[in-house]
Design a protein around this ligand. Sequence first.
Ligand SMILES: [Cu+2]
Length: 125
Amino acid sequence: MKTTRITFWLITAGVAVSAGIGGASANAAVRDAARIVIAQAAETAGKTTGHGDGVVRAIDADERRIMITHGPVSGALEMSPMTMAFRVAPSVDLSTLTKGVKIKFTISRDAKGLYVIEDVQPEKP
Ligand SMILES: [Cu+2]
């Protein structure tokens, strides 16, 4: 979400600057410069992620998977509401989760392109 905002701002700024300078070559130069900055911003923002809310349906601690019913996932990794299983990153403490608990979660993709839950926050009672 942070990356999207930065990108939008840079494009807006680029259009404003090029409109002020005028001329085709100036426009092209500004566009190229903006593209480079956008690429750098995306890189420093780190992994592509998505964020959503859900309810834990099942936990498989041995396989490090959880089944959740989630609402719409927003961010670069968008997803429609559904019930599905996710793999869970080693950094996530599964002992904080129980069946039926509401969660906020962050997903990313691993090296193979598979979804993995990077962070889970159980809703506070
Ligand atoms: Cu899903």
